[in-house]
Design a protein around this ligand. Sequence first.
Ligand code: DX5
Ligand code: ZN
Length: 232
Amino acid sequence: MSKQFRIAPSILSADFAKLGQEITDVIASGADIIHFDVMDNHYVPNLTIGPLVCQAIRPLTDAIIDVHLMVKPVDRIIPDFAKAGANIITFHPEGSEHIDRSLALIKDQGCKAGLVFNPATPLDYMDHVMDKLDMVLLMSVNPGFGGQKFIPQALEKLKQARAKIDAYTEKTGREIWLEIDGGVNTANIAEIARAGADTFVAGSALFGAPQATDPHRYDTIVAALRAELAKV
Ligand code: DX5
Ligand code: ZN
């Protein structure tokens, strides 16, 4: 049996005028996780959605809501997302003065916790907090916008993160998901999986594909991503 791979549509590229329908339809097409990008126009140069929107979409799906915080500071807003129904909350080490404390705060709120690494952020940040990590998210673009090009150096970094995670899992039996975010598409997803990712954010590749209006409009693209993953 092949490894378990998860597809996580980034709703950043969805049609916000019909966000609820977009979420229902993309999950019906076989996607696994809703990736929820939170930007504050301070840590990153863009402004998106907050806990209110998370709370609004929560009743629409049982799928995991994976909240990616691109905000600084992070601690004040973490409990709000937990209350709004987030399942996983990840943040950038640069967004927190006390990384271990922020991870503990997420766990105390009953959510899974993760760290996000920008293209130039060293992986060392994970070394002393492995026990608090449920997810490691590697950025393959600089955070702030959808539709950017995949930075190929992320492949080597994925291999390094995979090795760290595998060594930890071997020792403890505890699983940590390895997610990739930015520029993922049908042409590169297999190579990214081979480098070690198990969870794949896809924004523009998924929501930007030429669409019909029927509720199954995402079936083809989700199936194409899965077909590529099946080759791995
Ligand atoms: C970028 C966000 C991504 C983005 C990915 O800062 O974290 O989740 O939506 O979009 P694509 O898949 O278009 O690169
Ligand atoms: Zn993201």
